[in-house]
Design a protein around this ligand. Sequence first.
Ligand code: AMP
Length: 281
Amino acid sequence: MAGLLIIETVEELKDVLFRIRSNGKSIGFVPTMGALHDGHLSLIKRAHDETEVVVCSIFVNPTQFNQMSDLESYPKTPEQDIAKIEEYVDIVFMPTQAEIYPEPPSEKFDFGQLEKVMEGTSRPGHFNGVATIVKRLFDWINPDKAYFGEKDFQQLAIIRQLVKDNNLDVQIVACPIVRESNGLAMSSRNRRLTPEQFVLAGNIARILEASTRITPCTVQNVKEFVNNELGKYPDFRLDYFEIADENTLQPVADFNGHDGVMGCVAIYLGDVRLIDNIRYK
Ligand code: AMP
């Protein structure tokens, strides 16, 4: 497509994409909440490489925030966002809240055990809000492929389940975590860290990484190690550290008997909530 198209209404979005699809073009979709960084850019570049028309949505979705203060302090940088991605994106969808939710949404999703652990317990209603917006965007955009980051590992499992439960015809592409030079997983919320907190936050990835080299590598040893190491930093307020099966996300007692096992962590540093994960197996 020639030139970047910025669209604000659902009607125009559907219209434009109908024409694109009629021309037989493949559509790649990257949903975001803006304040874009190189993590987002990696998803967008991948979509650019793999599909003919790339749509990126920028929408701070209120229904997935369970704390008003987090929603209010969420960074918004629309001009910089567009400058960062325009080389790789054909359509940016930047709707208002009223456009997406003319009425309060009533969708209720049930993801079973997947939503009863980690982010699901710590942030009640969060995944229902994520599923509400992603399902609506999928219905309007009808992408061939949609790109999600492994930083939000549980979200990825929820989205895969959403696609399965609703028989959606979209391929979900998982993209690896992009990190800062000190190892910290990139996140829009990192902008709210002070320079000192930013340096401190690098220890999260360092500790996770070191925990993969523990011997003997048992679930109990890894848990002890991570909890101990994180405990050395009084500024960290641990929300959870779980060792979980990569598919079911349920806690495991043993690395054996599982195809893949992940360590997932959520930590408050000041009032900024950081999440990260690492693969053990
Ligand atoms: P967000 O704007 O935080 O909703 O994120 C939009 C998408 O970018 C989600 O699929 C995230 O998982 C992904 N993402 C965010 N941070 C990173 C990162 N550091 N590395 C890879 N993907 C990321």
